[in-house]
Each structure stands twice: as structure tokens, then as C-alpha cells.
Design a protein around this ligand. Sequence first.
Ligand SMILES: CC(C)(COP(=O)(O)OP(=O)(O)OC[C@H]1O[C@@H](n2cnc3c(N)ncnc32)[C@H](O)[C@@H]1OP(=O)(O)O)[C@@H](O)C(=O)NCCC(=O)NCCS
Ligand SMILES: CC(=O)OP(=O)(O)O
Length: 334
Amino acid sequence: MNQLEKIFANAKRLKKTIILPESGDKRVLEAACKAADLGVARIILVGVKSDVDALCAEIGITRPDAIEVIAPESSALLPELSKLYYTLRKHKGVTEEDADKAARNPYVFAALMVKAGHADGTVSGAACSTADVVRTAIQVIGAAPGTRLVSSFFLMMLEADHHAKKGAFLFSDCGLVIDPDAAELSKIAIAAAGSYTMLTGDTPRVAMLSFATRGSASHPMVDKVEQAVKLVRLNRPDLLVDGALQFDAAFVPEIAKSKGAAEPLGGEANIFIFPDLQAGNIGYKIAQRIGGASAIGPVLQGLDKPANDLSRGCSAQDVLDMIAVTACQAGAQK
Ligand SMILES: CC(C)(COP(=O)(O)OP(=O)(O)OC[C@H]1O[C@@H](n2cnc3c(N)ncnc32)[C@H](O)[C@@H]1OP(=O)(O)O)[C@@H](O)C(=O)NCCC(=O)NCCS
Ligand SMILES: CC(=O)OP(=O)(O)O
């Protein structure tokens, strides 16, 4: 069983409820029906039942009875959820009228359902930008107690024949924090290590990436990564971390050796922390589109309850994988 299969098995055991606000997207519908059929999660779709069933018919699938479809406008939960939104956002000048309008938005409705405990997690982003998904998640669900920085990661599955190394790797942050300083980068690395253990059960081996290995170039950009490594070591002396490292020195044992970075990771990192969002977002898409990795994410870390994003370029399988990951996150938070 590979790590993704284990994630699916865990999700099936947990029986969590995942709410999907993008019921007008064919990939989401296909994944929702599969998730319900396979028992990966109990699914709630935000939308109008007749529209959902018509789109299902168009793509040649039947909505399992187990999937509940809720239209915010006619939902008995709307008054409770708009009141909740008002409570959460009134300090920002949101009025009761604004709150009622906001709660009818499918993305906000789904996040409120999670916040209120009517669902365990939400997945969206197939049909809208990451910024919109993340802003809603942060404003409605909020950061976990003791956490100030919400960030994200991709679970990268290397399983194709041409992958010399197979398994689950974690890339972070490829979706959210645009230009982290050293302290923020160290927080991203620590959060990513926790996420990796939570999902795979394996020991994290964290490489903090740059364009230099062991001082092969000096530049403030490299200094930032080295400073972040120091902060990780200071705050989490138990974590196996190294950097600044180039990707090859973090991933290929012979190159780690030849570049003087045989210890402590020995070219066997399983978590790769990118120095900023340009590098991270470009890097994961190259690994996915040229490298043939499957990329599950952006999975948000640091939220009080799970709310995850998707790339607009996702497939139905990506959505299904994300539903399983979200269910596991929900299971780990209880
Ligand atoms: C996520 C993102 C939208 C937040 O940007 P922003 O300009 O700070 O947005 P806002 O100012 O509207 O912030 C929204 C709220 O989230 C909070 N916030 C923003 N980033 C946060 C973070 N990383 N952790 C915790 N809270 C955060 C803000 O404090 C604000 O809270 P408030 O509304 O209660 O005051 C921004 O970081 C972003 O666009 N990231 C890149 C997303 C992207 O395009 N990714 C590439 C594709 S995956
Ligand atoms: C994660 C990501 O890059 O999202 P999108 O492709 O939708 O911009």
C-alpha cells in the first residue's frame, strides 16, 4: 500500500463529512460521486438539486442518494450561519445585512458549515482563485489556537515507472505565503513537518531550498534560508532539517555527497521548503506537468479546521484525492 492508498483507507475509516461548494463544476461532481460511492467521506454539495442532477446526467453519472445537496437560500441553517458570519466579522464593519448576503455565497456557506460543526472540512478552488478560497477560509474558520501564519503544501506523489524514487513528498509553500521572511519560512517548515507526519506517519526530513549548497553562493536570498534553518533548529531541535540546499543536493544522495551535504539528510529529504511563492508555485507545476508527479493541494495548514484549495487545472482524481486528505486532516484535529 503506498501512502496515498493509506490516506484513502484512513479517510474511509474516519467517515468525515466534506462539503463542496462548486457543484457546478463537472470535475467536482465526478469526484463527489466517486467519494460517496467509495465511502471516502460523506459528501454535501452546495447547490440546487435539480441543477446537480442535470449536470450529473450530462456527464453520464448518477448522484448517489447519500450525497446531500443544500441550496443556501432555502437552507434552514441560513439564519444560524449568517448570524455566525456577523459575529465573526462585525469588528470589520460587516452589518447583519452584509452577513446575510455573504452567507448565501456558496464558498462562504461551506466555510461557515465547517466553522459551525455541520461539516468536518471543505474543498474548493476548481473554479475560483486561491486568494478567494484562502481569504474565506482565514476569515471564517480562522487560524488554529496558537498559530498566526496559515500556509499551504502540496503532497507530491511520485509513482510513475520513470520515477527512480517513489513515494510521498511534501512541497511547501507553493500556494499561499508570497514572500516569507526568515521567521515565517521557519514556521512554514515546522508546519510542513507536522503535516507530513500527520498524513504519512513517516519521519520528516526537511530540506530548505535555495540556489546554493553549503555556501556555494552568497546572497541575501541564501542568507534568508540559512537564517530560517537556524530558527527551525532553535525552536524544534528534534527536527531533521538542513539548508540552504539546492534541490539536487536534497534529493539525490550522490549529489548531496559531492556537494558536501551528505549529513544530515544525505540527499534523502522528503519535505522541500521553497524560499518564496514564485519558486514554490513554479516548482510544483514543473514537477507535476513535466515530472509526472501527482500534486494534491494546496492543502492549507495552520487553520482551526480543514478548508482546502485546488488548482483550477485540477482533474476529478485530484479533487477526489483532496477529499481524502481533507478527511484525514479532520480526523487528526479531533
Ligand atoms: C492569501 C492572500 C489572499 C492573503 O492576502 P492579503 O492581501 O493579506 O488578503 P487580505 O488582506 O484580504 O487578508 C485577508 C485576511 O487574512 C489574513 N491573512 C492573510 N494572510 C494570512 C496568513 N498567511 N496567515 C494568517 N492570516 C492571514 C489577513 O490578516 C486578513 O485578516 P482580516 O480580514 O481578519 O483582517 C494572499 O497571501 C495571496 O494572494 N496569496 C497568493 C495566493 C495565490 O495566488 N497563490 C498562487 C496560486 S496557488
Ligand atoms: C495552486 C495553484 O497554482 O492554483 P491555480 O492553478 O488555480 O492558480
